[in-house]
Each structure stands twice: as C-alpha cells, then as structure tokens.
Design a binder for this molecule. Structure first.
Ligand SMILES: Nc1ncnc2c1ncn2[C@@H]1O[C@H](COP(=O)(O)OP(=O)(O)OP(=O)(O)O)[C@@H](O)[C@H]1O
Ligand SMILES: [Mg+2]
Length: 334
C-alpha cells in the first residue's frame, strides 16, 4: 500500500447520531492533509478512529499499511497525537512533561535529554523549560503539546485543532514552527481545523467535512477553481439590496456570478475584482444605493465552504472575522 493513511467508507455512529458518514480518502507519504469543518462535523471522531482510540461502526482504515482495528498496537507505536483538549500536566515543568512521555516510549535517558533540548528549542520554550506548565500562556502550552507529540519521532502525526482558542499572532507562531519542523522531518500529517487560513497555509490538500461527510477534496487552489469567479467584492450598501434587484444588477455587469447578502454585508462574486469593482459601484449608485465600504479580496476556503454548504463555517462568529484576521490583534505571545 503506497499511501500512509488509507480510509475506506469509514463510519461512526453514536446511537442514532452518525458522526462520521462513509468517509473515504487517502494521504500520501509526507503530505500535510487538512480536514476542515465546523463544530460537530466529525473531525475529532475521525481522528480518534485513526488513532485507534475509537472503534468504527463500519468501514476500514489503514495507517502506515496497518489496520486500525486488528493492528492498533503497532499503529500506536508509530503515530504522534496532539489532541484537541490540552493534556500536558500543569503540575510539572515542560522538561518533566517531555521526559515522562519519553519514558513511556522507553526512550533511553541520554536520548530523552537530547530530544527534549532540541524540541523545546524548536518550539521556543528553552527559557521556560523548568517552569511549571501552570504558569504558561495558552500559546506556550499549545507549543509544548506539539513538542510532546514529536518526542518519540512518529512517522504520522495527528494534529486536532492545533491552534484552537489562540489569538492570530500565536496561531502564526505555531504555523511557522510546524513549517520549519516539516522541512527537517519527513512526517505525514492529518490536521483538523475550523480555521480556513490554517488549512490554506499549512495543507497541501484539504477535505471539507460537514455533518460527517466529505463534501469536497482538493488542493486549496483546486477547491477555489470549482467556484465561479476569482474574487469577492464586499461592500456595505444603504439601502441594502432587495432580493429582486440582484438579477437586474447581475445582468448589467459582465463577470458577476453571484451576490450574497448577510448582516448588511453584500458579497459580489466576480471575475477580476479590481476591474469589475468600478462598474459595479456605478451601477449600484445609479440605482440609488450609497456605497459605504468596499473590500476586494481573493476567493477563500470560507467561500468554498459557503458554496458547498450554503452557510458559513463559523457558526458562532460573525463572517467578517475572516477578512480582519491577520490585521493584528492586540494580544502578544510570550
Ligand atoms: N462519545 C460521544 N458520544 C456521543 N456523541 C458524540 C461523541 N463524540 C462525538 N459525538 C458527536 O458526534 C458529532 C461529531 O463530533 P466531533 O467531536 O467529532 O466533531 P468535531 O468536528 O471535532 O467538532 P469540534 O470542531 O467542535 O471539535 C457531534 O455531534 C458530537 O456531539
Ligand atoms: Mg473536534
């Protein structure tokens, strides 16, 4: 079997609830594969099955050629897991956390020390190595979790929401660390996330999962190519567009494919946003609309998600966050 992870019609039911529904895909050796989906879409359940902690209801899966049901023990030796919930011990120092983990994998003392030094340096925690984890910020603890998951040099790494709850700056620090580590090691990674930017930044291919089903799978750019248009012109209009007016505007602007209105924000899906924007504004003004704020941006994975599911990936957060992310939140990483 040439793929490092091979999943065939994997299904997990909790009572009547189908958490993972006939999922099939494969991950090539050395690939970073992203599983992108909203809360409750089945990402953790799928990851837990591949890590052999949860038995599937039906279907098959193989990690490094080994069957997740019959060869669970062998799989556990070669995988690293960074779970969604933080699990490093708060009452121990970073150094102690890594050392105990190394002992569980029977790594000799000298090697444990060398690996801990190297990993703590890689995640920027050398200066805090002997402080209790209880005194760490969220970003620091996430970085320690990542180091711990790599302590036994796994072939395959499962990262379940590695930056959840972190501010954008701390998230970028983790991305950079991961990027650097991947240049040095040949690791195969399954990363779950509900941050589109994360999937786009880190992953070669991305599967979008919703209600337990894979609804699209390709490279980020391949996924975007399946959508009509290349850019989105976002604007606030006063008064807002009536649903009936949309068709008339679409007819007047060549290259305008779709209009979406939500929370007062109008999103026009167009070809070549910088060229289409001015005629679009002219038409809207001629129709008696005041154009208040205009942003032109490239299509994102968020747009891909909306296209396939009809709703935003962020159920609890307003959509506008997707384009202010990276603009610099005040919090800093220690
Ligand atoms: N042990 C369990 N018993 C019953 N239902 C469960 C169990 N674990 C998960 N579920 C349900 O399965 C569905 C998928 O959950 P899962 O944790 O896999 O989603 P997720 O995509 O990881 O979500 P999140 O982004 O919030 O972490 C949810 O409806 C969840 O309530
Ligand atoms: Mg989860």
């Amino acid at each position: 079997m040439s793929n490092t992870v091979e999943i065939v019609e994997l299904t997990k039911k909790f009572g009547q609830k189908v958490a993972v529904d006939q999922v099939s895909f494969a991950i090539a050796p050395g690939e970073i594969f992203g599983l992108l989906g909203p809360n409750g879409s089945g990402k953790t359940t799928l990851t837990r099955m591949l890590c052999t902690i949860l038995k599937p209801t039906s279907g098959r899966a193989y990690v490094a050629g080994k069957d997740i049901i019959r060869e669970a023990k062998a799989i556990r030796k070669i995988i690293g897991v960074v779970p969604q919930a933080l699990t490093t011990d708060l009452d121990l120092t970073a150094w102690e956390n890594l050392d105990i983990y190394g002992q569980l994998y029977a790594i000799p003392k000298k090697e444990r020390r060398e690996r801990s030094e190297y990993l703590l340096e890689s995640v920027g925690l050398t200066h805090r190595a002997h402080d209790l984890v209880a005194t760490y910020s969220g970003g620091m603890r996430r970085r320690l979790e990542l180091a711990r998951g790599l302590m036994h040099r796994p072939q395959v790494l499962f990262l379940d929401e590695p930056t959840i709850g972190l501010d954008p700056q701390s998230r970028h620090v983790i991305w950079e660390i991961l990027g650097k580590m991947l240049q040095q090691w040949r690791l195969t990674i399954l990363l779950t996330t509900h941050y589109m930017e994360e999937a786009e930044y880190l992953c070669r291919r991305v599967a979008i999962i919703d209600y337990g089903k894979i609804i699209a799978l390709d490279t980020p750019s391949g996924l975007k190519k399946t959508l009509p248009g290349t850019d989105v012109v976002e604007m606030t209009l006063c008064p807002a567009l009536e649903p009936g007016a949309v068709e008339a505007i679409t007819a007047k602007i060549p290259g305008l494919h779709r209009v979406e209105v939500g929370d007062g924000l109008h999103s026009f899906y167009v070809d070549e946003g910088s060229r289409t924007m001015l005629p679009l504004i002219d038409v809207l003004r001629a129709g008696g609309h005041q154009v208040e704020k205009v942003v032109v941006r490239e299509l994102s994975l968020e747009d891909v998600f909306i296209h396939y599911t009809g709703r935003s990936i962020r159920e609890e957060e307003p959509r506008k966050i997707s384009w202010i992310i990276g603009a610099g939140m005040p919090q800093t990483i220690q």
